[in-house]
Design a binder for this molecule. Structure first.
Ligand code: AMP
Length: 215
């Protein structure tokens, strides 16, 4: 089963995707994670995307579609969770073509609904484990006293360069301008459903599970 988690930055897509990986053996494809990996690799592409990411704008469709196409060539086991992709209509069309070539399709698109004030509060207080993606929050889930990730033991818990108020404004604008049209796009295809992304993490997970069990 292939699904998309759709929602603005800070909606909890990555957190829920990791749970689905653990619980259902699905594969998480996060273009944000792929781009962060590319920027530390020192490649030409990595250098080009770093500045764009830090500003909060979107990286070109060509680059992210290329990254996804490459991953789709590998084993996609118990189904794919697209996390942070697609973010434009061109990416959505490309995804549909790529899945068609693999003789597979999307089962559902889950929109994670949250309001902007909550996003700003979440993102400006957020730290992330660079090794496993575990998310910490200064107010609700502080980094452990020994500085080590409670999930994987790594000591690489950092603030993302783009988790600041200036980049966030650009990221939200990009979401409303370029990504939110996908809500209508997938509604028209009969694939859209939604969950309350502001609920407790376990409740959001239970809601997603319910949706997946009925598709
Ligand atoms: P994320 O980790 O999903 O919040 O993504 C971090 C940043 O990576 C975004 O602000 C964009 O600059 C870039 N990015 C991630 N996914 C995409 C995508 N599908 N299309 C364009 N840019 C992306």
């Amino acid at each position: 089963m292939n699904i998309i988690l759709l929602g603005p930055p800070g909606a909890g897509k990555g957190t829920q995707a990791r749970r689905l990986v653990a619980e259902r053996g699905m594969v998480q494809l996060s273009t944000g994670d792929m781009l962060r990996e590319a920027r530390t690799s020192g490649t030409e592409m990595g250098k080009r995307v770093a500045a764009v990411m830090d500003s909060g704008a979107l990286v070109t469709d060509e680059i992210v579609i290329g990254l996804i196409a490459e991953k789709l060539e590998g084993d996609t086991g118990g189904g794919i969770i697209f996390d942070g992709f697609p973010r434009t209509l061109a990416q959505a069309d490309a995804l549909s073509d790529l899945l068609g070539e693999k003789n597979t399709e999307l089962a559902t698109v889950i929109e994670m609904q949250v309001d902007d004030d909550a996003l700003v509060a979440r993102i400006t207080a957020r730290s992330t484990c660079a090794d496993c993606g575990e998310v910490y929050n200064d107010n609700t889930k502080p980094i452990p006293a020994d500085g080590k990730c409670s999930n994987c033991g790594s000591d690489k818990i950092t603030r993302r360069a783009d988790d600041n108020e200036d980049s966030l404004k650009t990221r939200l604008l990009a979401y409303y301008k370029q990504t939110s049209p996908l809500i209508g796009y997938y509604y028209a295809k009969g694939l859209l459903t939604d969950v309350d992304g502001l609920a407790e993490m376990d409740d959001v997970a239970a809601e997603i599970k319910k949706k997946l069990d009925t598709v």
